[in-house]
Design a protein around this ligand. Structure first.
Ligand SMILES: Nc1ncnc2c1ncn2[C@@H]1O[C@H](COP(=O)(O)OP(=O)(O)O)[C@@H](O)[C@H]1O
Ligand SMILES: [Mg+2]
Length: 324
């Protein structure tokens, strides 16, 4: 339903997309996960025909963005990085207006607006001006506007960036609802937790190309079957704790050190036996610990591993995810 093939796009001398390739099957959510500046919005602009690729091509519902941009637009709904609602209009008026712009008659536009207000839990505030809405309500209204014409594909660019935790949970709910209705979704996000929660398939991008992809579970498995985290009380003990973790894994894994959080983390394929060894050794060396745990890897671990914990341009990452 969404296909991007070897797309390159530069802004002057700067290469924003560097041979990007993506695929999303009908009725699935593709999570495009990457840090700020990795090319997410540029990808969204290409798929929504706001930009043309320098080379390569992309298809939405089988229509090429180069050859048939009008058909692409007819099959696609967009909720951009910044919610686009008319603040002077009420929630109902916003959706009614979008329906009319799509050529619906008054009656159909009214019916569709009420249906969407209910789906996106906005019925109670239907008569309130959007200008008075919270970030979460505004985002839900924007999402509702993106699906007025029942597009086959919906593109959501960082739908929860800037929202409070409540707004984020509500937005996740409505996105999940969209998907259960069979819509194909491309969702960009900087939040690994969000991609994990909503996406069937995740493409991790950095500097305009995919550095890893797979199901959330497959990506997490890349980070090992478990992780051991240790937080020390004193910064002076960080080094000692790092060597304890290195030795506990037989030197097979290199711990990641978070100096600000006083935390060391390491892949622990041995699971709980590694944690037991770590605790005994920390104790033997009199290193004071405030927290120690064994946990399943998160997508954060995967991303740190892939990017070497550094997303700056000078730290080049090859296609295999191995620092060059
Ligand atoms: N119009 C533009 N002109 C020049 N550079 C741009 C323009 N738009 C984006 N960029 C650059 O391209 C890179 C990718 O941007 P973008 O696709 O917006 O990333 P993301 O959405 O992942 O944060 C960034 O380094 C950004 O500074
Ligand atoms: Mg962006």
């Amino acid at each position: 339903m969404i296909r991007v093939e070897d797309v390159r796009k530069s802004y002057g001398a700067f290469t924003a997309l560097d041979g990007l390739t993506l695929n999303a099957a009908e009725g699935t959510v593709l999570g495009l996960l990457g840090p700020n500046g990795s090319g997410k919005t540029t990808t969204v602009k290409l798929l929504t025909t706001l930009l043309t690729p320098d080379s390569g091509d992309a298809w939405v519902a089988g229509h090429s963005v180069r050859k048939d941009p009008e058909s692409v637009r007819r099959n696609l709904g967009l909720s951009g990085q910044y919610a686009a609602v008319d603040e002077k209009l009420t929630a109902f008026e916003n959706l009614h207006m979008v329906g009319r712009l799509y050529g619906m008659n008054r009656r159909n536009a009214t019916a569709r607006a009420h249906e969407l207000l209910a789906d996106f839990r906005l019925t109670e505030v239907a008569g309130k001006r959007a200008g008075a809405f919270s970030g979460g309500m505004r985002r839900r209204l924007d999402l509702a506007g993106a699906v007025v014409a029942r597009p086959k594909v919906v593109v959501l660019d960082e739908p929860t960036t800037g929202l409070d935790p409540r707004g984020r949970l509500d937005t996740w709910d409505v996105v999940a609802g969209l998907v259960s209705g069979g819509t194909t979704v491309l969702l960009t996000t900087q939040y690994l937790e969000e991609a994990d929660r909503l996406a069937d398939h995740i493409a991790v991008i950095n500097h305009g190309s995919v550095i890893a992809e797979g199901t959330p579970t497959a990506l997490k498995n890349r980070a090992g079957s478990g992780r051991v985290d240790v937080t020390v009380r004193d910064a002076a003990d960080l080094q000692g704790a790092t060597s304890v973790l290195t030795e506990a894994t037989g030197g097979l894994a290199i711990p990641e050190v978070d100096h600000a959080a006083l935390r060391v983390s390491v892949a622990a394929p041995g699971g709980h036996s590694v944690l037991v060894r770590v605790l005994a050794e920390l104790d033997a060396r009199s290193l004071a610990v405030t927290e120690a745990s064994l946990r399943r890897p998160t997508l954060d671990d995967v991303f740190l591993q892939l990017t070497g914990g550094n997303t700056q341009p000078e730290n080049h990452i090859s296609k295999e995810g191995v620092p060059a």
